[in-house]
Design a protein around this ligand. Sequence first.
Ligand code: 5GP
Ligand code: MG
Ligand code: MG
Length: 178
Amino acid sequence: MDRDNIYGHISRILITEEEIREKVREAGRMITEEYRGRPLLLVSILNGAFMFMADICRQVKTPCEIAFMSVKSYQGDSTTGNVQIVQDIKRDISGYHVVIIEDIMDTGLTLRAVTDILRGRNPLSLKIVTLLDKPERRIADIRPDYALFTIPNLFVIGYGLDYNEAYRELPYIAEYSA
Ligand code: 5GP
Ligand code: MG
Ligand code: MG
């Protein structure tokens, strides 16, 4: 990749920083209301959800704990359909209400695998909050409990989302164009 010219591939901004901030605040309020006074664990899947996790946990105004998993399922811009746990969470989740904080649900295969694994560890409850939902691409029979934005079938970058590890630092969501 030509590192000097990577921004030439940002075709248009789909979701601005301000729009993200507003929705993240709303989602934080929702989580706060639902889990107030209950043991809450936010589990995020690296690397894509790092920025969303950092922002949303600061909008959750009730105590919560945070854990990260690392999963590999994507190469370039097409799914391999193959989900591999690279780094698991090491703690016992059975005393917690677990909320998965995900960047994007596409085929749903990643969250299908992750929720099956986590559910097997008997959390008090398990829900999915995803920043972005691309329902047109769904293969697995799974839906988020809460999606901040529903988007069409485009490959998007920014706000944690990469194309071959680039663009994660962008503060907005943009469409990638080859
Ligand atoms: P799924 O298993 O639902 O197909 O996809 C899960 C992962 O694929 C996401 O967590 C994300 O890392 C990657 N992915 C899916 N769609 C996109 C996209 O439009 N842009 C980027 N950058 N990654 C995507
Ligand atoms: Mg992800
Ligand atoms: Mg990726």
